[in-house]
Design a protein around this ligand. Sequence first.
Ligand code: ADP
Length: 278
Amino acid sequence: MRRDPEPCTDSSSTGRPSTGRPCADGEAAPALLRVRGLVKAYSSGAGSVEAIRGIDLEVAVGEFVAIMGPSGSGKSTLLHVLGGLEPATRGEIWLRGKRVDRLSPAAWAVLRRKHVGFLFQFFNLLSTMTVADNVELPALLAGATPKQARKRREELLDELGLAAKAGTAPAKLSGGEQQRVALARALANEPSLLLADEPTGNLDSANARDVLRLLRRAHAGGQTILMVTHDAKVAGLADRVVSLFDGMIADDAKIMPAPRFGPHDNQTPVKNFLELRG
Ligand code: ADP
């Protein structure tokens, strides 16, 4: 698959081994995503409503960021604007070091094909295509050869326990299976950034576990993820939790792996703890 040169990755910023090009001495890793003064207003009968009211955010290559916040705080709007599904009203969005907030819808579509994967609660699978075709299509659109797209599809469906369903129509699958296919599709073009909106929102616990396991594995492989969730346990998979309130960032906390405790330490082990910034 033809890809632009990857920005370098500084594994110390994510605490994980880098699968991308390591930064040379003195070379700073650019943020995969940089947002400055982002505002999104919707017009309403009485005037306009600002769903996003001045957001600054940086996401490093390979980082897994959970976006939390009460209903109506702007989480979905933020994801849609960052993926170019809706235009920003003001502010700047930089993806892979390039300014993208002024791109035309057509240019956004091209950028998304190569660099952005979407996973929504409502799976948006193409009903007239098989599971296999649904998963192969994004890779083909991103420039993969049919052979590469098939290989990637086989790997992803295998990993999600769906290899036997490759020839099936999405409508014949359960909701959990459809969501797993949607995840395979979102990862099929190896996107620079995966945007996930409540990826386990409608799933029972077994299906949610499968989806989360693949997200965790994708992250361990260097995938950058921005995920909206209401569920603190799901957010616990992330490196960092950004909390929105009323269209603004109210808190930005890194989740650090807990230190290891020896058998004689007189302390209660904890899985994770929050280190609040600022
Ligand atoms: P969340 O995802 O946190 O629940 P949303 O991003 O969906 O929040 O919504 C944030 C605010 O923007 C809400 O007040 C919502 O009513 C408003 N909003 C969202 N989408 C639209 C739209 N298409 N038109 C008008 N207002 C909208």
